[in-house]
Design a protein around this ligand. Structure first.
Ligand code: HEC
Length: 282
């Protein structure tokens, strides 16, 4: 072994130590076996999903995803078909619980990926975008006490990250890519993401440089929480108190702190979305 190699190695080791010290461990899917709802709702067991909330969600499933799934996915995704998950079954109750168990993030991806099946592909993108927003709305109002009422969370749409070692920007239009229509004159929120393995090989997401850009009016945004695959990352709360105002056309950096999340189930199709406390335009 030459000296150069040794130096290189110890430097690398120091580098990984630094990463390890910052990594916040996310223990994922360690809930009980009846943990079924993964979209927008934090942890809801089948037993506690009752009353108005369940009725709202079941009705929303039927008016959003169900007819699409029956039309396009029923050749395989029924209780008898080869597909994993019977969310297109003719029995609406069975289809609904399979839908909850699979989670709409995965369904959105396979519905629009032409490699998945003959009926999947980009032709489904707009139908899926509409259904996804409708579902997110219902899930958010359910989370906030069920059956509508009290202020619902503001959420961006989910975007596939396809993260790698090079930081890339993911941007949302705050008028058209939230679960409720905005009126900011085209303001945008941008977050950089990259992915690199920790010392023990576990994938780690690095989120950085959240930027707010004013549209035709000045805009204020408060409080950002990261969601991966529709699941709120409660440990990634570094940006939960941000409060920034961007003048019309101007861009401000909302925080210089990075959010690091170890994510054992990393896949290139993981999605990023953001829960926002408030958006207001002057
Ligand atoms: C030709 C049969 C076929 C069709 C049509 C089909 N799928 Fe699948 N699907 C499968 C098979 C087989 C699997 C299990 C293997 C895999 O994950 O690819 C699967 C798995 C999935 C999964 C992963 C479930 C999990 O829990 O990991 C999702 C989500 C999915 N399909 C969505 C869809 C959607 C949405 C449609 C309709 C637009 C669709 N599929 C159409 C055969 C099909």
């Amino acid at each position: 072994m030459s000296t150069t190699t040794t130096t290189k190695k110890s430097w690398r080791w120091l580098g990984t130590l630094a990463v390890l010290a910052l990594v916040q461990l996310v223990s994922y899917q360690n809930c009980g076996s009846d943990f079924i709802v993964k979209d927008g709702l934090s942890v809801v067991s089948s037993a506690s999903l009752g009353g108005a909330c369940e009725a709202t969600l079941a009705a929303d499933f039927q008016s959003s995803y169900y007819s699409f799934l029956k039309t396009n996915c029923a050749t395989c995704h029924t209780s008898r078909g080869p597909g994993n998950g019977a969310f297109a079954d003719g029995n609406a109750d069975l289809a609904f619980s399979a839908f909850l168990a699979t989670g709409h993030a995965k369904i959105d991806i396979n519905a629009t990926n032409s490699a998945h099946s003959g009926q999947s592909g980009p032709q489904n993108s707009s139908a899926i975008a509409v259904a996804g927003q409708q579902w997110d709305n219902a899930a958010a109002s359910c989370k906030n006490g069920g059956g509508g009422g009290g202020g619902s969370s503001i959420m961006t749409s989910e975007k596939v990250m396809q993260a790698n070692a090079t930081a890339k920007d993911i941007t949302w239009n705050l008028d058209t890519e939230l679960n409720q229509p905005g009126n900011t004159g085209g303001a945008t929120l941008t977050i950089s993401v990259r992915e690199a393995p920790s010392a023990n090989g576990t994938p780690v997401y690095f989120f950085s440089n959240p930027r707010l850009k004013g549209g035709s009016r000045s805009v204020n945004v408060k409080g950002l929480m990261i969601r991966i695959n529709g699941q709120e990352q409660v440990l990634g709360s570094t940006w939960s108190r941000v409060d920034s105002t961007a003048a019309a056309g101007a861009t401000v950096t909302m925080s210089t702190a990075q959010v690091l999340l170890e994510y054992t189930q990393y896949s290139v199709s993981d999605t990023l979305s953001v829960i926002i406390d408030s958006v207001s335009a002057q």
